[in-house]
Write a protein that binds this ligand. Structure first.
Ligand code: T4K
Length: 388
């Protein structure tokens, strides 16, 4: 294979560094007013007024029945898994952020890695069944980059084998499936409200679910297992969201629709600019009614584009553009899983291919259209015709 062109860097670098995301921050004056109320009440954590308001506001916004707020998404997932009393093995995806499988580790569970789909990068539901053993208690699937999993097939398998289903929806705030909130599928869904997420409370997260019978246990587990001031029913943790986080969330919620509209424009600009570039595939699904608008991710086929994903990622830095290689390394590559046969490379061909080809592009409402166009021009200038 021979490359016929050399990058000339004819396009000037961006003036300011452009990162993969930038936090959506509320108006500081409005936040100040809300924080003043908190200060006056002197009730700063442990189920305060802002916390209660945020739970109600999110129930309305997401059209969901049950929610429990947490101080981050990872602890929400750890305690969601504990709530469901999972045991033994849990079938999951290797193509995710470390937190997903670390939540299994903290519950003493063994992940069984299942390969992913070529088109969505989510767990391949058709490969789950062959991994089920008499130790399997659940499926932990991730709505990767906010694209929903094959929830119908996963549910079918779960019912057939009496498995629980828990979704890591860290990227899926506001994602809908067939016009229904994602929490309608599976036993529980975790959301992350980290600063890098569309909806954020700086650090934060939530569990959302349908079964009201779970709420007492979930709320107790995040509060040391207490069910009353002097009764400890479960072995819990401290994972509560405080009043400052909840205040930020209430103010961010006011501006989130505007942010989604801005991201929709950016998405269209990217799609228009990159539509016909050989070797570039856009996978992140963006339909205004159903998308989380969390990430904009492309796949780079080296044979067709003439440059590898890693080359593009490095070269972009010379232009002040800082993309990310989520989720490198695959979780199945962690040293402590090397004894698992499901973690072997030969069992995860699609995951290994995907993890070497995907690139998260800058994507946040504050990005100027001209900058998006410039980023696309830079990317197009990398294209290198390949003579086989
Ligand atoms: N499950 C999945 C599938 C997840 O993706 C995550 C988290 C979790 C579970 C766990 O949820 P949490 O416990 O976090 O709620 C970031 C986030 O820290 C992490 O929340 C997120 N996923 C992951 C995909 O991305 P890093 O290591 O990429 O963060 P960092 O600090 O490099 O930030 C990325 C870019 O964002 C920076 O280059 C610039 C920008 N940034 C970041 C921060 C923190 C800002 O402009 N301002 C900021 O304050 O992990």
């Amino acid at each position: 294979m021979h490359e016929t062109s050399v990058v000339s860097r004819a396009i000037p670098a961006l003036k300011q560094p452009i990162h993969v995301t930038s936090p959506l921050l509320p108006d500081i004056q409005n936040l100040h007013v809300r924080l003043r109320e908190v200060w006056e009440k002197k009730w700063v954590t442990n189920n305060g007024e802002q916390h209660r308001q945020l739970e109600e506001a999110l129930k309305n916004y997401l059209e969901i029945d049950e929610i429990s707020l947490f101080n981050n998404g990872t602890l929400a997932l750890v305690l969601g898994i504990k709530t469901l009393e999972l045991t033994g093995e849990v079938i999951t995806t290797p193509f995710t952020f470390p937190a997903t499988v670390q939540a299994l580790d903290w519950n003493g569970l063994t992940p069984i890695f299942c390969d992913i789909e070529k088109d969505s990068w989510n767990i391949d539901a058709y490969k789950i069944e062959s991994l089920i053993t008499d130790k399997t208690s659940a499926i932990l699937a991730v709505h990767v980059f906010g694209n929903p999993c094959n929830v119908v097939k996963i549910q079918e398998i779960a019912e057939k084998y009496h498995l629980k289903v828990i979704y890591d929806g860290a990227h899926a705030f506001g994602t809908k499936i067939n016009n229904k909130p994602i929490s309608r599928y599976g036993d529980m869904t975790m959301l992350s409200f980290h600063a890098t997420k569309l909806f954020n409370t700086i650090e934060g997260g939530a569990l959302i679910f349908n079964d009201p019978a779970l709420i007492e246990k979930v709320n107790s587990l995040k509060n040391f297992g207490l069910v009353s001031p002097e009764e400890v029913k479960f072995s819990g943790l401290n994972a509560k969201m405080n009043e400052i986080q909840a205040s930020v969330g209430l103010e961010v919620l006011k501006i989130i629709d505007e942010e989604r509209t801005k991201r929709d424009h950016i998405r269209r600009t990217y799609e228009n600019e990159l539509d016909e570039v050989p070797g570039i595939r856009i996978v992140t699904m963006h339909h205004k009614e159903s998308s989380s608008y969390q990430y904009f991710v492309i796949e780079i086929n080296e044979n067709e584009f003439g440059r590898s994903r890693d080359w593009v990622h490095e070269e972009f830095k010379n232009y002040n553009v800082f993309t990310r290689r989520y989720f490198t390394p695959l979780c199945s590559d962690f040293a402590w899983y090397s004894h698992l046969s499901s973690a072997h490379k030969k069992n995860l061909p699609q995951a290994y291919k995907t993890v070497s080809e995907t690139l998260s592009m800058p994507f946040y409402g504050g990005l100027e259209k001209e900058d998006v166009i410039r980023i696309c021009e830079i990317l197009k200038s990398f294209y290198s015709k390949v003579v086989q």
